[in-house]
Write a protein that binds this ligand. Structure first.
Ligand SMILES: Nc1ncnc2c1ncn2[C@@H]1O[C@H](COP(=O)(O)OP(=O)(O)OP(=O)(O)O)[C@@H](O)[C@H]1O
Ligand SMILES: [Mg+2]
Length: 232
């Protein structure tokens, strides 16, 4: 049977048929403010607290301290795990962006991390302007993660209004095994949030669009419910 890595996020493992197939790279894509960073921190934190799995968080955009401050409201505190060498945030140097690959690989080995987050591959584009170079870098990231057997979330930020696109550069979905899309759409009454498992290699999963919430518990998915949105 397929071994799964549970996100531990309420409702999310259910719509993934039990969790992320071990060793897969998952693209987590959505417009700004859809909760991508929240999901990523919950994924890593649940790994540390519930499943005894170590983690690495590589942030290309938001400062680690800002992420830590934002998620403290969800009861997430990485500090004891950082001190114990079970988790680390990677700080990259924008002037030596190529070095990030070596730092990532060494950090994964040093912490023996099974869970990895890259937040976000889109933000890499701020530092690497050349499209071909950028694609090569995204591909290189995937090669390192696969080589080390990590189960990873790669965040991609979609530009609002870019209907039909599930990634920023159109390459991310080809280096990943699974794709999860977050939607934030307006209907007649309010803005609604919905999540969909777009694809998942070698596994069945929910084909429906499910509502999700961001509350003091972080992200929770209403796996028994179906979301209805205008464009669907
Ligand atoms: N306590 C809370 N209750 C309800 N909603 C919250 C709460 N805390 C944060 N949010 C929502 O979460 C959103 C931010 O989530 P997060 O930073 O994870 O999104 P993101 O997709 O990573 O955004 P970005 O694209 O800017 O990186 C906020 O815009 C807000 O709507
Ligand atoms: Mg974010």
């Amino acid at each position: 049977m397929l071994e799964r890595i549970k996100t531990g996020i309420e409702g999310l493992d259910e719509i993934m048929n039990g969790g992320i197939p071990k060793g897969q790279l998952v693209l987590l894509s959505g417009t700004c403010g859809t909760g991508k960073t929240t999901i990523c921190t919950q994924y890593i934190y649940n790994g540390l607290t519930k499943f005894k799995e170590n983690g690495i968080y590589l942030s290309f955009e938001e400062m680690p301290q800002s992420i830590k401050n934002n998620v403290s409201q969800f009861g997430i505190n990485f500090e004891p795990y950082e001190k114990a060498g079970k988790f680390s945030f990677i700080k990259y140097d924008p002037y030596h962006i190529e070095e990030v690959f070596e730092i990532l690989e060494n950090s994964i080995r040093d912490t023996n991390a099974q869970r990895v987050v890259i937040d976000s591959v889109s933000a890499l584009g701020i530092h690497v302007r050349d499209k071909a170079e950028l694609r090569r870098m995204i591909f290189n990231l995937s090669v390192i993660l696969r080589k080390l057997g990590c189960t990873a979330l790669l965040v991609s930020e979609i530009v609002p209004g870019s209907t039909g696109k599930i990634s920023r550069y159109g390459v991310e979905e080809f280096v990943t095994d699974s794709v999860v899309v977050l939607y934030y759409e307006r209907n007649e009454f309010a803005f609604n949030r919905a999540i969909q498992i777009w694809k998942m290699s070698g596994s069945d999963h929910s084909k429906k669009l499910h509502p999700y919430k961001i509350t003091e518990k972080g992200v929770t998915v209403q796996s028994a419910d179906e979301a209805f949105m205008k464009k669907f």
